[in-house]
Design a protein around this ligand. Structure first.
Ligand code: ACO
Length: 213
């Protein structure tokens, strides 16, 4: 699905006349999400290098190719300008979605691309119905990201001290948003659990999910 938003150009001249102000361009841009493939993986690497202060290794990217809906590129007028990469975390006897990276190139921020990607994540959780919460880490001085996630109901749960080895500040906040399981999915999950324990087969993971260390 494509969304259309307006984007002001940045050539603001304080001495501009009213006439000039009227003429200032307001571009209409389309924003949409697309799949990650072997062919655009390099674009994701370049984007992440630009957006995040930490580097991700080859294994991270290799695993993303199998992540399906959990990894999406964000396009603005057909140009890759953002990306979201998540994984399902089954630790602590819970089923949680972990947002590993979510970012937009500086020039394309505050156009709704972050919202588009986060809403995609919410849709995945709603569809699956059996995910307890969404969580992520944010560097403690990243006020923009904190404001962004708080707007969508995320709360600071704790501080992970020395979370980043090579960054200053090195601490991160752990943010989480609890989710309600849908009644239908709770019943299905319970029924599946009963069937599986009867058949003695392990629970089947979601087909689209790849765990990343
Ligand atoms: N100051 C305050 N609030 C802001 C700002 C800002 N600069 N930018 C966004 N917000 C909040 C606002 O509430 C905004 O709603 P509004 O437009 O109704 O006011 C809301 O976020 C949604 O804004 P979007 O336009 O959808 O967000 P955007 O596309 O700019 O993306 C993001 C936000 C992803 C945080 C972007 O600033 C970014 O890429 N930052 C650098 C990378 C980063 O820090 N990512 C998060 C790290 S944590 C992680 O990846 C798990």
């Amino acid at each position: 699905m494509t969304n259309t938003v307006t984007m002001n150009n940045n050539n603001t001249n304080n001495n501009a006349t009213d006439e000039n102000r009227k003429k200032r361009k307001v571009k209409r841009v389309s924003i949409e999400l697309g799949d990650l493939t072997q062919h655009n993986l390099k674009q994701l690497k370049v984007l992440n290098r630009d957006v995040f202060p930490v580097a991700y290794n080859e294994k991270f990217y290799k695993d993303l190719l199998g992540a399906g809906e959990l990894c999406k590129l964000a396009y603005c007028n057909d140009i890759v300008v953002g990306a979201v990469c998540c994984r399902i975390d089954l630790s602590e006897n819970r089923r949680r979605l972990y947002i590993m990276t979510l970012g937009v190139l500086a020039k394309y921020r505050e156009l709704g691309l972050g919202t588009l990607m986060l809403e995609h994540v919410f849709k995945i959780c709603e569809r699956e119905g059996n995910i307890d919460s969404i969580y992520l880490h944010v560097q403690i001085n990243n006020e923009t990201a904190l404001a962004f996630y708080k707007k969508f109901g995320f709360q600071v749960i704790s501080t992970a001290t020395e979370y980043y080895r090579r960054l200053e500040p090195c601490d991160a906040y752990l943010l989480e948003r609890a989710l309600k399981k849908s009644a239908a999915n709770e019943q299905t999950a319970a029924a599946t659990a009963v069937q599986q324990s009867a058949k003695k087969v392990p629970a089947v993971p979601l087909s689209t999910i790849t765990d990343v260390d």
